[in-house]
Design a protein around this ligand. Sequence first.
Ligand SMILES: Nc1ncnc2c1ncn2[C@@H]1O[C@H](COP(=O)(O)OP(=O)(O)O)[C@@H](O)[C@H]1O
Ligand SMILES: [Mg+2]
Length: 445
Amino acid sequence: MENVKPVQKQIEDWGYLVSDENGIVMGVSPGFCQQFSVKQSELADVPIDHVIQGIPLKNYKQSFGRKPVIFGLVFGYACLIRVTQELNHNLYHVILRVDEVDRSEIISFANALDKPKVKKEARNSSRYSFEEITGESQAIAQIKELAARIATSNSTVLITGESGTGKELFAQAIHELSSRKSHPFVAVNCAAIPDELFESEVFGYEAGAFSGAKKEGKPGKIEQAQNGTLFLDEISELTYQAQGKLLRVLQEREVERLGGTGSKLVDIRIVAATNRDLKTLVQEGKFRQDLYYRLYVFELKIPSLRQRKEDILPLTYHFIDEFNEKLNQNVKYIEPELQEWILNHEWPGNIRELKAYIEREMNMVDGPTLAVHSLYMPLILNRADEQSESNESTLLSLVEEVRKAEVSAIARALRECDGNRTLAAQKLDIHLASLYRKIAKYNLK
Ligand SMILES: Nc1ncnc2c1ncn2[C@@H]1O[C@H](COP(=O)(O)OP(=O)(O)O)[C@@H](O)[C@H]1O
Ligand SMILES: [Mg+2]
């Protein structure tokens, strides 16, 4: 551990890069070229993500003001990079190059830099429930803001967004922020209750309403939510008949139990959610237009995770923390390769999928590093193999032959080292940085 230097002492100027608004390198400082042994001309017009990896540079756009220091790889070297955005260009200032320092230290350092300076207690205490909604993107900040504003009213809210984007979480947060928070939050999944049970479950029933009914009758979910919030999840799945009954509740604020003779006044706030486009369903005659208008008082649109890539890493760390505790693990950092994969994955199942993925990895991990699971390595390696496949009979240009030979040697080294780039570089007897450079150059990922 002798040569491990404390992180803070290493901060110095490692030079900088400038890219245009499309992420193409426009300029580079001589210091940068010297530190990373590259020529200025080699970097001209290169996409920035060929130089700096591990962060969604192009998608960061507006959020730089909030997170100026990011962790990334510059030619394979772990670095902290301060990013500033000017009118039509970005400046990437490498403030720390961390060849010898233990990576976990860097990550905790980077995380500390990232943490918002505002302490929880300093915030309005009623906003506490939103603390659980992790995300740094502007989109999510705006939605939180809007949700906080409408939470205090009694208006109906419709939350839309793909499955797994956090609609239920927002519904709960809205309840927690409202004056109804000491009363029940009752969730009904309209897709999960069989049609024939729906009415009795939601509207309740009187004694003897049907055979098999409880003797004394039963209040439905609507009554259970009295003075609180009724969350109607997947509302598009309601039958036409149930839609009509629900409309009455919304209009008259009263509920009639099955088999009942009178109705009861209810004071509930309705929050509904859907991942389908209700407007289209109305046009197709599957959803009542009158109910649609009753629900569309306020719409909260939750963007997919693909549309807010800046949230991926904060969420990843959030779930790592969560599963560290639950599974008694001690994961501190993520391998840059895995970080890159996580950032580039499409996440069709959104946050639910990301959470499930992290949970799976956290169950298998051994030690403090979450690394690329062998499952994903074949994807990377096959690509290299494909590229090295070529027509044996014709001699190509020297450049092409060299490229072919390099690609196949790199692919083989990576394969033999199970994708571990440090070992592969040793095997090939080249510097790790040049291995990264070649992987980027030949687009081996
Ligand atoms: N912004 C977020 N921060 C932390 N966890 C989240 C966030 N959004 C969603 N989750 C988690 O992801 C999972 C799916 O969220 P959920 O609200 O059920 O999505 P939806 O109702 O849109 O399908 C839940 O486990 C939830 O706790
Ligand atoms: Mg849901």
